[in-house]
Design a protein around this ligand. Structure first.
Ligand SMILES: [Mg+2]
Length: 282
């Protein structure tokens, strides 16, 4: 049975600008064995082409077809929900490009939406404008709700922190499109042309990658090479199907890599217990 991987980037493939050992071998194996894969990121700063170039420079063979960002998911969702709409944007190139190429105009008066993404260019003036536009009736959309982002030197506030600021000031509640939202998780699967039971999500964050995969019925693999330690996993009411120290373990897995976790839709209600699960996997 054909299977494929949705692969988080930060903490799985690289940490900041540094490649995680084994990542190159993992991707090379997917390519060699013609297993479909897609890099999935909640970072909306870069376009898919920028992300592919950055990966290539780190030694990972990738072109833009292998990249799916929360900015793309957000822009596609908005284009479908309200074609030809307008947005006031707090964010950077990746988000602006995605909105433009999906038929959106960027405005600073009377927008349909205030769209908030990742970015370091946010000013108090932009936040003030956004607050007024929201109070005047614009709807609040977030590319993701990640509270913070790891950097080479520590931690910086993430998109979720900016969104919380706007929510507190206006009483509006944002709709978020990035991981773990089913909107992005489903769009990524469809981009790969897979069914639910064929999809495996690999990530380092329980709240986004693993929760997003579990909610969709995908199989999930947690890597300990990023933000989650083994001791933290038990605190969550949901669990990954497999835990690995890093994708190096997947690169060197001795069996059929596409069967490293059992196949099957976890939310398929015809599967009642672990034994059914094992039978359906065999
Ligand atoms: Mg990550």
């Amino acid at each position: 049975m054909k299977r494929g991987f949705l692969i988080d980037m930060d903490g799985v493939i690289h940490r900041g600008g540094e490649l995680i050992p084994g990542a190159e071998a993992f991707i090379a194996r997917l390519q060699r064995e013609q297993i479909p894969y897609l890099f999935l990121t909640n970072n909306s700063q870069r376009t898919r082409r920028d992300v592919a170039t950055r990966l290539s420079r780190m030694g990972i063979a990738a072109d833009e077809r292998h990249v799916f960002t929360c900015a793309m998911a957000t822009a596609r969702y908005l284009a479908r929900h309200k074609p030809g709409g307008t947005a006031f944007v707090i964010g950077e190139g990746g988000l602006l490009t995605a909105l433009h190429s999906n038929g959106y105009s960027i405005v600073d008066r009377s927008p349909d939406y205030v769209v908030v993404g990742e970015g370091r260019a946010v000013t108090l003036e932009m936040l003030e404008t956004a607050v007024q536009l929201l109070l005047d009736g614009a709807k609040l959309i977030a590319t993701n709700l990640d509270p913070n982002c790891p950097t080479a030197t520590g931690t910086r506030p993430g998109c979720g922190a900016t969104v919380a600021y706007l929510e507190t000031a206006t009483g509006s509640r944002a709709m978020s499109i990035g991981k773990p939202s089913p909107i992005m998780m489903r769009a990524a699967r469809k981009e790969l042309g897979l069914t639910t039971s064929q999809t495996i999500m690999v990530g380092d964050t329980m709240e986004t990658d693993i929760l997003g995969g579990v909610q969709m019925g995908y199989r999930t693999i947690l890597t300990l090479s990023g933000g989650t330690s083994r001791a933290e996993i038990d605190r969550y009411p949901y669990q990954p199907d497999l835990v690995v120290n890093s994708v190096a373990e997947l690169a060197h897995f001795s069996g059929d890599l596409s069967q490293v976790v059992p196949a099957g839709d976890l939310l398929d209600d015809s599967v009642h217990d672990l034994n059914d699960w094992k039978r359906s996997a065999s």
